[in-house]
Design a protein around this ligand. Structure first.
Ligand code: ADP
Ligand code: MG
Length: 356
């Protein structure tokens, strides 16, 4: 693809905070952004040049959007496959391509794809019935996590099972939607690696250590306190995944560091990721700009990190203490969302430290 020029239009499917932060970076590079989102006045649309408010199934709106954009990308992985198909039929270039979405949308396909690449995951089995659930639980020694195969995020669509605990909810979940049962990983820590891949190059940011609370990311600490060897293995896995998908743009691979020092992949997101929110603050080129550069057919920027840091999510009412509680040594990003509902990601702050 020949590199986009200033004034060209980048379409983004989805209007949340990830779209907002991509749109702001795209504007810095001279592009106009067109947000496609079913809800009006989304956080992303409020900082973009153009907005389409329509359903992801609206063929007419998608055709008009395809004509209006020089390239289309997405900020969430649950864009219906048919939406991408309709856009491509209408002549749009969609980056990253359909393969990344297809693999990431189904946890069974995703883990199978990772395993086939030689990237280990926890043991898992697809379960669609209570009988299959009970058989799987027996295999995994009574402790496991049941997740819906599709549409889960921030710990939603998951039940933790240990002995009797969680069983009632698990039986209900498995009758509601196709599921995956995963062996419980008694990990030492969780890390992720954010990878950017352009037409001619691929790079990975330093892995972060990620701390979750109630299934939601709370903090990312950079650099993760892991050996150089482990860091290299995590990066190698992320790069291998991006190459295998033919992914253009940013992706993030979440990994468990096991007590014996092995890595097990948890999942990946075919997009910019919450655990990479520190990158614009601490690196010469952050994940949002890398993503825009890649989908625009530009060279990637330098990933050089100029500080150690810790990113903390502002969840629910945390946002109400901004700006008072956050002073000189932190950088604040607020997503411009109205109501601070519990569990809703409202913004984040990054504290920088001189590198050790
Ligand atoms: P989401 O799509 O909601 O991010 P994840 O699969 O990443 O779903 O699960 C959210 C969190 O739950 C993980 O970051 C991890 O802390 C925990 N978790 C998920 N799967 C397992 C597992 N198999 N063993 C132990 N903890 C898990
Ligand atoms: Mg996750």
């Amino acid at each position: 693809m020949s590199p986009l020029k200033p004034g060209n239009v980048i379409g983004i499917l989805g209007g949340g905070q990830l779209g907002r932060l991509m749109a702001l970076e795209a504007a810095r590079l001279g592009f106009d952004v067109h947000i496609y989102c079913p809800e009006p006045r989304s956080p992303a649309a409020r900082v973009a040049a153009f907005e389409t408010v329509a359903a992801y199934e609206d063929a007419d709106a998608l055709q008009a959007f395809a004509r209006a954009c020089d390239v289309v990308t997405y900020e969430f992985e649950n864009v219906p496959a048919n939406t991408v198909k309709l856009l491509e039929e209408a002549g749009a270039i969609v980056r990253p391509g359909g393969k990344s979405l297809e693999v990431a949308q189904d946890r069974v396909t995703e883990k199978t794809f990772l395993n086939d690449l030689g990237i280990e995951t926890v043991a898992f089995c697809p379960v669609d019935t209570i009988a299959a659930l009970e058989a799987g639980l027996e295999t995994f020694g009574g402790q496991a996590i049941l997740k819906t195969r599709r549409d889960g995020y921030d710990g939603k669509g998951q039940v933790r099972i240990k002995g009797e605990a969680g069983l009632v909810d698990a039986r209900k979940l498995v009758t509601d939607a196709p599921c995956i049962l995963e062996a419980f990983a008694p990990f030492a820590l969780e890390i992720s690696v954010v990878v950017a891949r352009g037409d001619a190059e691929v790079l990975a940011f330093d892995p972060s250590e990620n701390i979750h609370e109630n299934g939601i990311l709370r903090r990312s600490i950079v650099p993760a306190q892991i050996s150089d060897d482990l860091r290299d293995r995590a990066i190698e896995a992320g790069v291998k995944l991006a190459e295998a998908l033919g992914h253009i743009g940013v992706l993030a691979l979440e990994l468990f560091v096991m007590p014996d020092g092995t890595l097990k992949a948890n999942e990946f997101a075919p997009r910019v990721h919450n655990s990479g929110h520190w990158t614009p603050e601490a690196c010469l080129t952050g994940q949002f700009q890398q993503h825009i550069r890649a989908v625009a057919g530009w060279q990637l920027g330098s990933k050089t990190r100029i500080a150690d840091c810790e990113m903390e999510n502002l969840i629910g009412e945390d946002i109400l203490s901004v700006p008072e509680a956050y002073t000189a040594d932190v950088r604040i990003v607020s997503y411009g969302k109205g109501t601070p509902r519990p569990g809703r990601k409202m913004g984040h702050v990054t504290r920088l430290r001189a590198p050790r």
